[in-house]
Design a protein around this ligand. Structure first.
Ligand SMILES: [Zn+2]
Length: 97
């Protein structure tokens, strides 16, 4: 092991966060804002992005990701089929005997 994830700065070097809802300074890094009572910080930027979507309001994350995976497989297999047909037609047009 011994691999350091350099994308995440050490906590000590992070700036003090303000509440992302009401911008009240949160020097003690309270999990919940003492001003507005909401979560004072975002657990992860991507999570927040996801939560901003219609799908994010639902809780079936597992279901959604599985569906997307299946959907992607389907697209790939469709492309493969079309590609096979495309080349089959090309061969016909080329008049390969
Ligand atoms: Zn707040």
């Amino acid at each position: 092991m011994g691999v350091v994830n350099k994308s995440l700065p050490p906590k000590s070097k992070r700036k003090t966060m303000n509440c992302y809802k009401c911008k009240t300074p949160n020097p003690d890094n309270w999990f919940y804002c003492r001003e507005c009572g909401g979560k004072a910080s975002q657990p992860a930027f991507t999570t927040n992005l996801y939560m901003g979507t219609e799908a994010g309001k639902r809780t079936d994350v597992e279901f959604s990701s599985t569906t997307i995976e299946e959907h992607t497989k389907q697209i790939i297999s469709n492309k493969q089929d079309k590609s096979d047909k495309f080349w089959a037609d090309k061969v016909k047009q080329a008049g390969v005997r």
